[in-house]
Design a protein around this ligand. Structure first.
Ligand SMILES: [Zn+2]
Length: 287
């Protein structure tokens, strides 16, 4: 069995920590680098339900996309949920390792996994990493659909291709507009609208789209918006990461057992659709 330090070396080769954003907090959160690792649980969020799942799986390592602590803390007392997570993990000899914006920018990265889940062909990064001579790393991806779909059909396809969440998928734009090219960005993507416009794509798939950026993007040009749950857009990365870690394990003869968490940790748990009411007029949508 490999030591945690060996596994971390492999994780850092997949998602080099120095490529994370300055404000980010990636890497080992808790765990003894000399401990042996056999079972690895991979999840989006290091929340108590996922820590409990790691205990039930008898995991030695929990790999998550989101950091547990993004800013400094002065306590890991168990009377906070984050401290409780730290206690649960340490008591059960489970290490926690985070690959966040370093996984977003990687090749393959979070948005490649999202594109893969949607069956899209990746053309290149939406925001290329200037340090990558091959031009494959970076934030978001520009993609092509195997065949053109209406925005309504593409939104439906997106909802059916991602894990089910209460939010489902929202779409903005003329439901009959044809979509051949899309930009995708796993996680919150409304800071990238300038890049999306510059890419000249028909639609943009991301999460957490807020009113003003979305409204301005739609008024600027006829861009179709497809907004899924943040967790759902990043969950495909867990499966991609598991496949990558399995390949590393096989190469080293480690016999790691990896598992992808299917616990839905999106904070939204119910959805009440108001539908489209006929006594209102919807801009961009036929009545
Ligand atoms: Zn995220």
């Amino acid at each position: 069995m490999p030591a945690l330090s060996d596994v971390i070396q492999a994780l850092d080769a997949l998602w080099p920590p120095e490529r994370a954003e300055q404000w980010d907090a990636v890497g080992l959160v808790c765990g003894d680098p000399s401990a042996e690792v056999n079972r690895v649980l991979i999840a989006v969020d290091p929340v108590p339900a996922v820590a409990a799942e790691a205990v039930a799986f008898d995991a030695d390592l929990l790999l998550t996309h989101h950091p547990l602590y993004l800013r400094g803390t002065t306590t890991v007392a168990a009377d906070t949920f984050k401290g409780r997570v730290v206690h649960t993990l340490i008591k059960n000899d489970i290490a926690l390792h985070v690959a966040h914006t370093n996984a977003d920018r990687a090749d393959p990265g979070v948005s490649d996994a999202l594109a893969g889940a949607l069956g899209l062909r990746v053309v290149g990064p939406l925001v290329p990493d200037p340090d990558d001579p091959e031009g494959r790393r970076g934030l978001g991806r520009v993609c092509e659909l195997p065949e053109a779909l209406s925005l309504a059909a593409f939104a439906q396809h997106t909802a059916a291709s991602l894990p089910a969440t209460a939010q489902g998928v929202r779409a903005g734009g003329d439901p009959d507009m044809m979509v051949r090219t899309v930009a995708v960005c796993g996680g919150s993507g409304d800071s990238l609208f300038d890049r999306v416009r510059a890419a000249g794509v028909d639609a943009y798939v991301t999460a957490d789209l807020r009113h003003h950026p979305a409204s301005e993007a739609r008024e600027h040009s006829p861009l179709g918006l497809v907004d899924a749950a943040h967790w759902a857009t990043e969950w495909p990365w867990c499966e991609q990461a598991a496949a990558q870690l399995d390949a590393v394990s096989e190469r080293h003869g480690w016999e790691l057992r990896t598992k992808v968490s299917r616990t839905v940790t999106d904070p939204w748990t119910a959805h009440a659709s108001s539908g489209l009411h006929h006594d209102y007029e919807y801009s961009g949508a036929p009545n």
